[in-house]
Ligand binder design. Structure first.
Ligand code: SAH
Length: 240
């Protein structure tokens, strides 16, 4: 008698595990489908044409970089809060910045404003030399954890003031700044390689901002593209 009850319980437990697995797999599947729709609609449907950027955006699980309760919104056409008053940019902006940065395999890339680590992961799909600076230690810690879990352990993170750049690793082939600065941080300009691309939103906090694609040609910055945007501010730290 006793073993019959045991057997019944075992079967029930098995069924529950199988059901949970099915639900979990379906949620993962629907997130994968949402990511594919995001690439087709929000990126290819606009002006993202670089096949490597499209592939990277199609691969990196953005839902792992947002708070769990926001995972169902991870592939929506909008920025999302990531804690500490900061936000992860809209997928289109991440893709556009990556496309403007023209990252080739082997390029050395600096990101200022690690945040969730999502943009860094997308860059890590384009080159294996990615460096990223974040002002808030809590965000660096969280981003480091996520990047390691997803196999992006090669990305180098540092807590510090992005205004100062990363002089020990300079020069960079591309620098992406993911928070708006009122003017160009001189250290970042100095750490940009000849023919390097600097992608940065310029403008006042809360005011009108323009995302700029700048290229260093014979030591001078040349503007190649621009787009009105809204970013969180680059907070002046000690490096300014
Ligand atoms: N790229 C991020 C989103 C960044 S939001 C992502 O993919 O999730 C902008 C980030 O810049 C915030 O995390 C903010 O804390 C950081 N930040 C602001 N001022 C900074 C500074 N002076 N140096 C480094 N990081 C800064």
């Amino acid at each position: 008698m006793k073993w019959k009850i045991m057997l019944l319980l075992l079967v029930l437990a098995g069924a529950l595990v199988a059901l949970a697995w099915r639900l979990w797999a379906r949620e993962d599947e629907s997130l994968d489908a949402a990511r594919a729709r995001m690439v087709a609609g929000q990126l290819q449907g606009r002006d993202i044409t670089d096949p490597r950027v499209l592939a990277a955006m199609g691969k990196v699980p953005r839902h792992r970089f947002v708070p769990g309760w926001l995972a169902p919104l991870a592939y929506a056409d909008q920025p999302l809060p990531i804690g500490q008053g900061q936000t992860i940019s809209q997928p289109y902006i991440v893709a556009l910045m990556s496309q403007w940065a023209e990252v080739r395999p082997g390029d050395k890339v600096l990101e200022v404003g690690t945040g969730s680590g999502y943009q860094a992961a997308v860059l890590a799909e384009l080159t294996d030399r990615v460096f990223s600076i974040e002002l808030l230690p809590e965000l660096t810690r969280e981003a480091q954890k996520t990047l390691l879990e997803l196999g992006y352990g090669k990305v180098r993170l540092r807590t510090g003031d992005g205004y100062a750049g990363w002089p020990e690793e300079a020069p960079f082939d591309a620098i992406l700044v993911t928070a708006a600065a009122p003017e160009l941080p001189p250290a970042l300009v100095a750490q940009l390689q000849e023919n390097g691309r600097l992608v940065i939103p310029l403008g006042r906090a809360g005011g009108l901002q323009y995302l700029k694609k700048l290229r260093k040609v014979k030591g001078q910055l040349r503007e190649e593209a621009t787009l009105p945007v809204r970013f969180v501010p680059l907070v002046p730290g000690e490096g300014k």
